[in-house]
Design a protein around this ligand. Structure first.
Ligand code: GDP
Length: 409
């Protein structure tokens, strides 16, 4: 695995308050990313919805701690974030294994107190975000009101990169402000959409929204600023680059919209995950502690460094048994190798390494920095444990060791 491969990994979570559409959006993501073989298995139309229902019953898609899928050239690991919103160690752990998040808002309810709590958690752990304003088809949906609430209530700098075409029953697609084309959904599954010229009646609103996007980015980018001031064309590539850089730096939040339930907008969310959310290489190092000396240790996001991983969830799989879901921060580990658990100070052997997809488990020969995998058979590993190499012990999460028991007998 090379640096180029690491660039094409996205470790993301979907953050939302209850009912905003996190489950529906996640299911649609797995549908679109898996649709090549899925569509071959089912009949067209309603049957695909049945497939989603079956998946829901089997519980594989959304209950797995991490599901790997593919979109364009990227491997996306969809990490389940806890549904509750307390500042618990579990939330902290799930935030630290993500590199970015899709924040889902309801176009009717907007920014509710619970969405504020979820947002603050992501702020605390400095997770770059894109926002998806969902349920544009519902009565009372209001895209611009939610954008304003993001500013006023969350103190965010939202940058709409789309505007809706129509609303409620008449919601049919979005104007993509980056390539300045209208995406209109043609089939019920949202798989077929046409990119056409911006409709005349939306041209003025779209132009204003595009100018606002460019003006915001100009604050961070001299090239865009110069073109903007000289009223010269701003190239699409500059916009894409500035959006990515400033999203990763937490300066802006690109805003998209759609209706997950009506299969509109989710594919463009996947495009935005690939285009604007960071890869593991964008976070060059992590802080750890040497458990023996208490000294700070820097863990580099590189495949060459000593192996360091965090077990962030233990689950029991009906077929494979106990699985430790791990995020690898540094190095490479081959199956069959020994590892050192710095949290329990015990050695274990990694017999197999699995990658969990929505519909299958893939056996891997090795795991590298930036990846998320499930390791079966680690009996002593608990959530929050750091797995590393004995000669390079690192703790990513602090642990309290029990006082040694001294026998006086
Ligand atoms: P979660 O609690 O955030 O996981 O939300 P769900 O995905 O379970 O959605 C909550 C409810 O809203 C369900 O009844 C969904 O069918 C519905 N829903 C989700 N997305 C949309 C949407 O885009 N439009 C409409 N009209 N309903 C939606």
């Amino acid at each position: 695995m090379t640096a180029t491969d690491l660039r094409s990994i996205r470790n993301i979570g979907i953050a939302a308050h209850i009912d905003a559409g996190k489950t529906t959006t996640s299911e649609r993501i797995l549908f679109y990313t898996g649709r090549k073989h899925k569509l071959g298995e089912v009949h067209e139309g309603a049957a695909t919805m049945d497939w989603m229902e079956q998946e829901r019953e089997r519980g594989i898609t959304i209950t797995s701690a991490a599901t790997t899928c593919q979109w364009k050239d990227c491997t996306i690991n969809l990490i389940d974030t806890p549904g509750h919103v307390d500042f618990t160690v579990e939330v902290e752990r799930s935030m630290r294994v993500l590199d970015g998040a899709v924040s889902v808002f309801c176009a009717v309810g907007g920014v509710e107190p619970q969405s504020e709590t979820v947002w603050r958690q992501a702020d605390k752990y400095r997770v770059p975000r894109i926002a998806f304003i969902n349920k544009m088809d519902r009565v009372g949906a209001d895209f611009w009101s939610v954008v304003t609430q993001m500013k006023d209530r969350l103190g965010a700098r939202p940058v709409p990169i789309q505007i809706p075409i129509g609303v409620e029953d008449g919601f049919v697609g979005v104007v993509d402000l980056v390539d300045f084309k209208a995406a209109i959904y043609e089939d019920e599954l949202g798989t077929e959409y046409r990119k056409v010229e911006v409709p005349a009646e939306l041209l003025e609103e779209a132009q204003l929204a595009r100018d606002a996007m460019v003006e915001t980015l100009a604050d961070f980018d001299d090239q865009i600023m110069t073109a903007f001031l000289d009223a010269k064309p701003v190239e699409e590539a500059w916009i894409r680059e500035a959006l990515r850089r400033e999203t990763v730096a937490l300066n802006v939040v690109p805003v998209l919209c759609g209706s997950a339930f009506k299969n509109k907008g989710v594919q463009l969310v996947l495009d935005a995950v690939v285009d604007y959310l960071p890869s593991p290489l964008d976070i060059p190092r992590y802080e750890g502690v040497n458990p023996e000396t208490g000294d700070a240790v820097e863990v580099d996001s590189s495949v060459e460094g000593p192996f360091v991983a965090l077990a962030f969830k233990i689950m029991v799989d009906p077929f494979v048994g106990r699985l430790a879901f791990c995020r690898v921060y540094s190095g490479t580990l081959e199956s069959g190798s020994g590892i050192y658990n710095a949290s329990t100070r015990k050695r274990e052997r990694v017999g197999r390494i699995l990658r969990m997809h929505a519909n299958k488990r893939e056996e891997l020969d090795a795991v590298h920095a930036g990846m998320i995998v499930a390791i079966p058979g680690l009996k002593q590993v608990r959530t929050g444990d750091t797995l590393c190499m004995e000669g390079h012990p690192v703790l990513l999460e602090s642990v309290e060791f029990p006082e040694p028991v001294i026998s006086l007998a």
